[in-house]
Write a protein that binds this ligand. Structure first.
Ligand code: C5P
Length: 292
């Protein structure tokens, strides 16, 4: 039997292209509907055999996290080990490229990547629906991050259906450096669209996608702006960029995005943004249909 020496896994940023919220359920979570896509930008994780579970964090946002047992990556590792009755450990290195608590799934994507990576390192051969189930116990966004496919998300986030035919689009992500706790944003929610929307029609190109998205919203945007008014500044600045087709907040914020027709226009927008706001996190990237 060959020994797996190291497993490298991507944890791409998740973007909620729209997010509609329904009723609060008896379990305290809200029903929602969301069109979720992933991007080329993300965190990176590597897994190597070791005694016990150890986590090291590096990268531009490493200082925002501590590798303590509460870290979602270690929680995911323990949940998977418990489920599969695994005795082995792992040395995990998380390269934190994404801002934390920022509405683009950082922690959820890392937890989901830990499930995928450790299942491979430990040769567990588990179907992804089992990883989904374990993911559900870790957070509402973890199941969708297990596959990292463009997806239609419902329930509290656990009902995930892959959507084919969502056009790949250039996207600029901007985070103003304020962390907005998800629970607080949901608690401040007033207006909401509810969850009666049918799945999106077939789309040929970015223009179709944008036309569709203009009929939708992110219901969490208004309450998040109330908590962190700088989100309004980010949205106004994104909307003012030449070539911006649509600008909106992702998840519960504070990261906002704008979609563009081509990468050059997206890169120009990101560059002009960087010229003005050196303290904001600004990235031009592209959405992906699935993990490479
Ligand atoms: O599942 P997650 O840890 O992301 O949720 C954080 C908080 O966000 C929950 O405790 C809940 O207050 C709120 N939430 C919600 N409905 C959802 C997802 C999250 O009310 N569908």
């Amino acid at each position: 039997m060959t020994t797996v020496l190291r497993v490298d896994v991507q944890a791409p940023a998740k973007v909620n292209l729209f997010l509609h919220v329904g009723d609060r359920r008896p379990d305290g979570f809200h029903d929602l509907q969301s069109l979720v896509v992933f991007t080329r930008t993300g965190d990176e994780l590597s897994f190597a055999p070791a005694e016990g579970l150890r986590l090291a964090i590096e990268g531009p946002f490493a200082n925002a996290l501590t590798p303590d047992p509460d870290n979602l990556v270690l929680k995911a590792a323990r949940a998977l080990a418990a489920h599969a009755g695994v005795q082995e450990g792992a040395h995990i290195v998380l390269t934190k490229n994404l801002p934390v608590a920022s509405g683009i799934g950082g922690g959820s994507a890392d937890a989901a990547a830990a499930l995928r990576g450790l299942a491979k390192l430990w040769k567990l051969n588990l179907p992804h629906n089992v990883l989904h189930k374990i993911g559900e116990t870790l957070g509402s966004d973890v199941p969708v991050c297990v596959e990292c496919n463009s997806a239609w998300m419902e329930g509290r986030g656990e009902n995930v259906t892959e959507l084919s035919g969502i056009p790949k689009v250039p996207i600029v992500l901007v985070n103003p450096g304020v962390a907005v706790p998800t629970g607080k944003v949901f608690a401040a929610l007033k207006e909401r669209r509810g969850v009666g929307l049918p799945r999106p029609p077939k789309m040929q190109n970015a223009a179709d996608l944008v036309a569709y998205l203009k009929t939708t919203s992110n219901d969490l945007q208004a309450p998040a702006r109330g908590i962190a008014p700088v989100i309004g500044e980010v949205l106004d600045a994104l909307a003012a960029q030449p070539g911006a087709l649509l600008s909106r907040m992702s998840g519960s914020g504070a990261t906002c995005f704008a979609l563009f027709t081509d990468m050059v226009t997206a890169a120009n927008a990101a560059d002009s943004f960087r010229g003005i706001r050196r303290d904001w996190w600004i990235v031009e990237t592209q959405t992906i249909a699935r993990l490479p």
